[in-house]
Structures are given as structure tokens and as C-alpha cells.
Design a protein around this ligand. Structure first.
Ligand SMILES: N[C@@H](CCC(=O)NCCCC(=O)O)C(=O)O
Length: 267
């Protein structure tokens, strides 16, 4: 039986009436059905009220990327510049969901906005436009390139932390090339998080939590865009899937054994 993997949704307006929908990119569904080997379930941005009943049912959680940004009020940041996209319904769901998921030990893979949410949920803060900071690169989506090239192309290298979990997971050391589609970045790293990769300009590109009871990895880039071409992207999903499999086996072992109808009938 495949592990049940929650995929965080954004609230986006669709259709002629711009009706708010809870949505996630199909790239995450394909990654779950592919290299992760799980059963995907989209998690609506329905607020903290769903968290306590949801987490015990999950075998893994993916926090997705999004153009929207974590509301600065969650990390005492300055207001966003006018027009900066936000999604406070998503924040109100993912921040408590992250804390509950990490506490329970459910495997968690945080991607781009998801890594930023992870950092904020655990007490860190963000810079809102790192390209405006002295000495920093522009990590955002170049407007002069087609989105397909940006997604599967490589924008810069990241240096893996020596002896880190990500380097061990990938079986490599030194640098790997990654794509890059973000304006924001980690400012103050949450106390429980450890740097797993850095960009040439010092931007934190991957994090883990050594004291977390389960698998926990955040990456600022997007492995869901290029896992079919990039074996390291694929490996991240495979290792996450193995952790979710293990969690699912533990959960089934603890579940009360319900008798099947046939067993009851045979008594
Ligand atoms: N908004 C944040 C996070 C960026 C991010 O998740 N990018 C993926 C975008 C995918 C899409 O276009 O839907 C930031 O800007 O840092």
C-alpha cells in the first residue's frame, strides 16, 4: 500500500468569477506518483483547525512552492512592497501544520516557499527581496527566458555542507547545479535548522533539522521540475519516499487490527 502524502495547496482565484480555489501544481502530484511512490492528497488551506486530525493520517508532507510569500507579520518583517503576492490562508494552515508534523516525526519535504515557511514556523525570519541586498545574486525568474527553460535549466551552483545529510543523501560532495525561482530567502535561520547547502552569495539553499524525529529537508530550488533529467532531484524524492514508506509501515503496525467482513462472517 502506497504511503499517503499530503501536498499543501495555495488559494488562487480561477474562472470568470475569480472564485478562490485550493490548488497545487501537477508537478508535485507527478513527483509523488513517480519517484516518491506515494498516494497524493491535496491539503486545502483550511486553517489550523484541520491540523490535529490531519497529521496522524499522513505518511509524509510536501510543502509546495508558490509565487505568494509568507506574510511578514509571522516573522516581524516589514510590510511587503505593494503588489507583493501573499496567501494568508495558506500561512494559517501550513505554519501550524509544519510544527505538528515536525513534532510527530512525519517525513517532511519543503520546497522553495515551503522551505521559507519551515524556517518561519520554527522561529526564523526572511529577507523579502534578496536581489536588492548588497553582494547578493538575483535568484528570481528571469523574464527574458521561457518558464520551461527556467524550470529545467540550472541557474547557479549550491555548495553542499561537508558531512551534511543532503550530501550523504545524494552521495556527493562539493557543488551541484540547481534551478532558481525565488525573491525571498532565509534571513535568520530557525534555531533547530542546520544549513545543508549555500549559494555562492551566501543564500541558504537547503536546510535540515538534526534533532527532528523524522525525515526533514527543505530546499530553496525545485527538484519537482527536473527529476526526470536530474538524478539528484530524483534522489531527493526517492529518499523522501523511503522515509514515508517506513512511516506508513509504523503507522499500520500501530493501527488496531480491524476484522474483515469475511472474518466476522466466519465466526
Ligand atoms: N514566493 C517565494 C517563493 C518562491 C517559489 O516558491 N517559487 C516557485 C514559483 C512557482 C510558480 O511560479 O508557481 C519567493 O519569491 O521567494
Amino acid at each position: 500500500m502506497r504511503p499517503l502524502i499530503g501536498i499543501s495547496c495555495c488559494v488562487k482565484a480561477f474562472g470568470v468569477f475569480a472564485t478562490p480555489n485550493h490548488a497545487a501544481s501537477g508537478t508535485y502530484v507527478r513527483a509523488v506518483m513517480g519517484p516518491i511512490g506515494g498516494l497524493p492528497v491535496l491539503l486545502p488551506a483550511a486553517g489550523a483547525d484541520i491540523v490535529a486530525e490531519l497529521v496522524p493520517r499522513l505518511d509524509g508532507l510536501i510543502l509546495t512552492g508558490s509565487r505568494s510569500n509568507v506574510w511578514p507579520g509571522h516573522y516581524e518583517g516589514p510590510d511587503h512592497a505593494p503588489g507583493t503576492p501573499e496567501d494568508q490562508e495558506r500561512d494559517a494552515t501550513t505554519l501550524p501544520l509544519i510544527r505538528a508534523t515536525v513534532a510527530a516525526g512525519v517525513p517532511l519535504l519543503a520546497i522553495c516557499r515551503g522551505m521559507q515557511e519551515l524556517n518561519v514556523a520554527l522561529g526564523g525570519s526572511l529577507d523579502q527581496r534578496i536581489q536588492d541586498l548588497p553582494g547578493r545574486m538575483d535568484h528570481s525568474t528571469p523574464s527574458d527566458q521561457p518558464i520551461s527553460a527556467v524550470r529545467t535549466g540550472k541557474a547557479h551552483a549550491v555548495r553542499l555542507a561537508e558531512g551534511g545529510r543532503l550530501a550523504a543523501m545524494l552521495g556527493v560532495g562539493g557543488e551541484i547545479p540547481v534551478n532558481s525561482l525565488h525573491n525571498q530567502g532565509v534571513r535568520r535561520l530557525a534555531p533547530r535548522l542546520r544549513v545543508e547547502a549555500l549559494a555562492p552569495d551566501g543564500t541558504i539553499e537547503a536546510v535540515s533539522a538534526p534533532d527532528a524525529p523524522g525525515f526533514l529537508l527543505g530546499v530553496q530550488w525545485h527538484p519537482e521540475y527536473d527529476w526526470e533529467q536530474d538524478l539528484r532531484s530524483r534522489r531527493i524524492f526517492e529518499v523522501f519516499g523511503e522515509a514515508c514508506d517506513g512511516w506508513a509501515a509504523q503507522r499500520r503496525a500501530k493501527a488496531p487490527k480491524l476484522k474483515s467482513d469475511l472474518q466476522v462472517a466466519a465466526e
